[in-house]
Design a protein around this ligand. Structure first.
Ligand SMILES: [Fe+2]
Ligand SMILES: [Fe+2]
Length: 297
């Protein structure tokens, strides 16, 4: 509503009110959940420009930890995602799976590794990117510790990141890459009122608990997966089944059928940094094809 009001004011009174309208137009952010392999990349790169136009998105952040054949990310894929319209890439527990990634983790500004890795681990603990309307947005990622490999305390790591952000940065997005919903809820409550959004990734299953918490932080336990849905979390069903039944190791190849894009869109007041709404999205191939037509890609 505030968005539309802003646009109307601008049209009614011209450029003199540009500064005023900028203040009241909500910033619209999208977090895309774990991109799994080629099927995930293909549907996302096909649809993201159309999605940006149709949803009037200011900034699109995507978790790319599974983008390279289901595990890790390469410099080529990072650049492919940026060229397609992704504004920032977050990583998770598979951040370092591809050795090639080390060449971009320090030099590229639009990719972050989990902030609760050890201090000397390669990569940025946060980055500041600008959306279409030039508002600064801080993006960072953290790993959970329940049913996951040991890492530094994510709560204290969140405090460290927030303490190191420039004071004029009010819009802050956390990709909380964790397994347990309890872990994720705790982070949401811990950061409520201190960040604009705590959005979960890693489980590859979208949850229906999106809400704006009392302090103004948008929250969802998991935004879901961007990849083949006829699968087990993006991998071939027959391979996972075989290993489960026989204990014989097989290669969990990335599946191919029914690719979808999953994520969540958050509207944020750029002045206060508080979220005003959060909405889940799930886009199948036919919707992605329609979105490709919107952008002419
Ligand atoms: Fe993942
Ligand atoms: Fe993960």
């Amino acid at each position: 509503m505030a968005r539309e009001q802003g646009f109307r004011l601008r049209f009614a009174h011209g450029s003199l009110l540009t500064a005023l309208t900028r203040k009241i137009i909500a910033l619209r952010l999208l977090l895309i959940g774990d991109i799994v392999g080629k099927p995930g990349r293909k549907i996302l790169t096909r649809a993201v420009r159309g999605l940006k136009i149709e949803e009037k998105l200011d900034l699109v952040v995507a978790n790319g930890e599974n983008a390279a054949a289901g595990s890790g990310i390469t410099p080529t894929i990072y650049h492919e995602l940026l060229a397609a319209g992704i504004d920032c890439v977050t990583l998770g527990d598979h951040a370092y799976r591809r050795r090639e990634v080390f060449s971009i983790l320090e030099t590229e500004k639009k990719i972050v590794r989990p902030a609760n890795y050890p201090q000397d681990a390669p990569g940025r603990t946060f980055t500041i990117v600008r959306g279409r309307n030039q508002v600064s947005v801080a993006v960072f990622a953290l790993l959970g510790r329940v049913f996951m490999s040991p890492v530094d305390c994510p709560l204290r790591a969140a405090d460290r990141v927030l303490a190191s952000l420039p004071s004029d940065v009010r819009v802050i997005l956390l990709d909380y890459h964790a397994e347990a919903t309890s872990d994720k809820q705790l982070m949401g409550r811990y950061l409520d009122g201190r960040v604009s959004a705590v959005m979960g990734t890693h489980t590859h299953v979208q949850t229906a608990d999106e809400q704006v918490l009392p302090g103004g932080t948008a929250y969802i336990s998991d935004v879901g997966m961007t990849g083949p849905f006829y699968s087990i979390l993006g991998r071939r069903i027959d391979r996972v089944l075989e290993t489960t039944k026989t204990f014989r190791p097989t290669h969990f190849e990335v599946a191919t059928k029914d690719p979808r894009i999953c994520g969540a869109i958050v509207d944020v007041d750029p002045e206060s940094g508080k979220a005003t709404s959060i909405r889940r999205i799930s886009i199948d191939q036919s919707q992605a094809d329609r979105l490709a037509d919107v952008s002419g890609t």
